[in-house]
Design a protein around this ligand. Sequence first.
Ligand SMILES: CC(C)(COP(=O)(O)OP(=O)(O)OC[C@H]1O[C@@H](n2cnc3c(N)ncnc32)[C@H](O)[C@@H]1OP(=O)(O)O)[C@@H](O)C(=O)NCCC(=O)NCCS
Length: 177
Amino acid sequence: MPIDIDILPIAPDDAPAIAALARTVWLDAYSGILSRAQIDYMLAQRYDHARLRAECGDPAKWLRQAFAGDFRAGFAACEICKGEFKLDKLYVHPEMQRRGVGAALVAHAAELARGKGYPAVILAVNKNNAQAIRAYAKYGFRVRETSLTDIGGGFSMDDYIMEKALDPQVPGVRDRI
Ligand SMILES: CC(C)(COP(=O)(O)OP(=O)(O)OC[C@H]1O[C@@H](n2cnc3c(N)ncnc32)[C@H](O)[C@@H]1OP(=O)(O)O)[C@@H](O)C(=O)NCCC(=O)NCCS
């Protein structure tokens, strides 16, 4: 059943809560996909509080969180990567999954991209993450290519790069008169 959510920017002071939410989602979603050592390595790399705080102030990154009432239900992060608009993070609390939170965050990201004139949103998803691949297909993403990346520490990421083409921005009524 879809729920009502509010989408807000992530502020520097939210960094500890976002890192904790990421850990909850990653342990639930990735335990069957990645080793515990790789999960711990990637969480430490990507959710270091100082790094998250810095990303909040980076004009080329957009961090958003979704609240269902007072409950932090999920978050997303977008960035410009090699000239393309990339959805770099999309995580929904296990108890809030399949209720439209991911769809709302992706729609928000697509609007951000469209508003900045980008023709598409891209993302990387682990080839074995069937749940997310199904969700992305439902949101209109298609597999564009594969990507194998050495992330250090003896770990690698074996991903699909998926792309969602955006309709050109249609001028609003106010813009046309
Ligand atoms: C992938 C994810 C972001 C989707 O967000 P969501 O809010 O759960 O998804 P939505 O409610 O928008 O549903 C979209 C579709 O996702 C799929 N899906 C989501 N949760 C699912 C689940 N637990 N089991 C099976 N399919 C699921 C379904 O196809 C669903 O459509 P349907 O309900 O009409 O069948 C979320 O499930 C998540 O955080 N997963 C774990 C972390 C992750 O893998 N993130 C992506 C990293 S690239």
